[in-house]
Design a protein around this ligand. Structure first.
Ligand code: SF4
Length: 363
């Protein structure tokens, strides 16, 4: 059996499902935070195998889904400048801004290139010294260290034509926001193992203690998810609140100190607007003043004029809070499809709506 298949072994899946059934005495709603975990639950049909009394809620852990409209608008504005090439992960290209998306802007003549890493963007900048290269940095604590390291490299290499449009966000403040909502239905959380690999578990311990619930650090294979869910339900049944690491083969406290040091060196924590959720205090990472010559917002401030927030037809905020399931949205699969998305959760490979469209669409 390969290493990967060991985490998909049907017999172990069956045993875990039975254990979950045995231990469950009442209804529980558990939220998986990460969009990647949502996709694995749906792809393998695990959600349909669970005891009826356990409901999964899908959280805001899709970086593309939560990036505010104003960042898309800023990226489009920069890409439309004749001296700039905007470099972005592919997922961001089709996310709607207030007027257009990056792919449509590219079709209309804007300079937009897809890259797979921030270092690809720096390499591109070095190969094209006549152009200003702006990397559109989105994502959580998992992707931010690589961006921080790239900015440090850009300084060491004296890259004059490289900068970053920095829209990074932090997970723990968003969890606190969800738990502060009067209508929330969350009994426990599966925390994303890759975020804890970087940041450790300390911030989750504070949340678990404050809101009196279990948070289980969970991996991404089917058995990881079922085991994390099982441990979460055991703790709920026992009223044993706190953080448990069910992904210790990868995530360890206190996390990756080198990555954390890079984050602190390059970024400062700021308030940030999340798409559909509004401004969440202390939830964003911005480039420190010491490195501001690599901050596209500072370097090209004359091209960036914030627009007033526009109300969107897409109710993604309720999806991201677990208050609405994608297939309960009136636009799902009708006017909103991956080909014609009305909102970011239908675009991203980690978006909950894209997962439901792919794996749960009624024929
Ligand atoms: S189905 Fe479309 S419109 Fe509805 S929440 Fe998802 S992305 Fe938004």
């Amino acid at each position: 059996m390969t290493y990967q298949n060991a985490f998909r072994d049907p017999e172990t899946v069956q045993r875990l499902l039975q254990s979950l059934d045995d231990v469950t005495t009442r209804k529980w709603s558990v939220m998986e935070i990460c969009g990647g975990q949502t996709h694995v639950f749906l792809k393998y049909g695990l959600d349909r195998l669970l005891p009826k009394s356990i409901s999964l809620l899908h959280g805001p852990g899709c970086p593309v889904c939560v990036t505010g409209v104003e960042w898309i608008d800023a990226a489009v504005a920069l890409a439309n400048r004749s001296d700039i090439t905007l470099l972005s992960f592919g997922d961001m290209l089709r996310v709607p801004g207030s007027e257009t998306d990056l792919l449509s802007a590219k079709s209309a003549g804007a300079s937009v290139n897809m890259v797979y890493s921030p270092m690809d963007a720096l390499t591109w900048a070095e190969a094209h010294p006549a152009k200003q290269a702006v990397f559109f940095a989105v994502g959580f604590e998992t992707t931010a260290p690589a961006v921080a390291w790239t900015i440090e490299q850009a300084e060491k290499r004296n890259a004059q034509n490289f900068s970053v449009l920095c829209a990074h966000v932090r997970v723990p403040p968003a969890i606190q926001l969800l738990l502060s909502h009067p209508d929330h239905r969350i009994d426990g959380f599966l925390a994303a193992g890759h975020v804890c690999t970087i940041m450790g578990c300390k911030e989750y311990e504070i949340i678990a203690s404050r809101f009196q619930l279990p948070i289980v650090v969970t991996g991404f294979e089917p058995l990881d998810l079922l085991y994390g869910l099982y441990r979460c339900v055991v703790r709920l049944e026992e009223k044993n609140f706190g953080v448990e690491n069910a992904y210790s083969r990868v995530a360890r406290d206190p996390g990756n100190s080198h990555a954390q040091q890079k984050l602190t060196q390059i970024f400062e924590i700021v308030n940030r607007n999340w798409r559909g959720l509004g401004t969440i205090p202390q939830s964003g990472l911005a480039i420190r003043e010491r490195y501001r010559h690599f901050d596209a917002k500072w370097r090209f401030a004359d091209s960036l004029s914030p627009r007033p927030e526009q109300s969107e037809i897409c109710p993604s905020g309720r999806i991201l809070q677990g208050l609405l399931r994608p297939d309960q949205c009136p636009y799902f699969g009708v006017s909103c499809t991956p080909e014609n998305p009305l909102g970011a959760p239908m675009v991203s490979s980690e978006g909950a709506c894209a997962a439901y469209f792919r794996y749960r669409r009624k024929k």
